[in-house]
Design a protein around this ligand. Structure first.
Ligand SMILES: NC(=O)c1ccc[n+]([C@@H]2O[C@H](COP(=O)([O-])OP(=O)(O)OC[C@H]3O[C@@H](n4cnc5c(N)ncnc54)[C@H](OP(=O)(O)O)[C@@H]3O)[C@@H](O)[C@H]2O)c1
Length: 127
């Protein structure tokens, strides 16, 4: 008998409005590997836990959601080779939701390009 390998969705933007709503709608049959900004995995984990509701926090505690610390602005999203390999190894698909959304003129256009255009390309390169 062959056992089907568990498949994991790679998700960005889970601490934001759309990403949080998406993660909270998990039905338990889906595993997520979530890219969250943070100085360490533990810090990113804490940031995500602080933004999720009870259902999302339970999925985080159960390991249904795995947190990886990273940044759209970093080469390779700032992931280690080991984490990059894990992302591609059991990838079901990508839900790229993260973006710089302060569109009220706060930053130079190059900053938005780096986060939102090059950031999307970096996600594709990793996946
Ligand atoms: N909200 C809506 O009604 C709506 C409707 C249609 C389309 N959208 C689109 O959906 C996307 C998300 O919108 P949203 O409302 O959820 O935005 P949001 O609440 O501002 O959340 C943005 C998310 O992106 C993450 N992020 C930003 N820069 C990052 C970086 N450099 N590296 C890693 N993560 C980064 C943020 O993480 P941090 O917590 O670290 O900041 C946060 O999780 C955008 O493209 C938006 O245009 C939104």
């Amino acid at each position: 008998m062959t056992r089907e390998r568990a498949k994991t969705w790679f998700v960005t933007g889970a601490t934001g409005s759309i990403g949080r709503a998406l993660v909270e709608r998990l039905d338990g049959s889906v595993r997520l590997r979530v890219l969250v900004r943070g100085a360490s995995t533990a810090a990113a984990h804490r940031r995500l836990a602080a933004t999720l509701g009870p259902k999302g926090r339970a999925a985080l505690a159960d390991g249904v959601i795995e947190v990886v610390a990273g940044d759209l602005r970093s080469t390779g999203l700032g992931l280690s080779p080991l984490t990059r390999a894990a992302v591609t190894d059991d990838l079901a698909g990508v839900l790229h939701v993260a973006a710089r959304t302060d569109f009220d003129g706060g930053a130079d256009v190059d900053v938005y390009r780096d986060d939102n255009v090059l950031g999307a390309l970096r996600v594709l390169q990793v996946a």
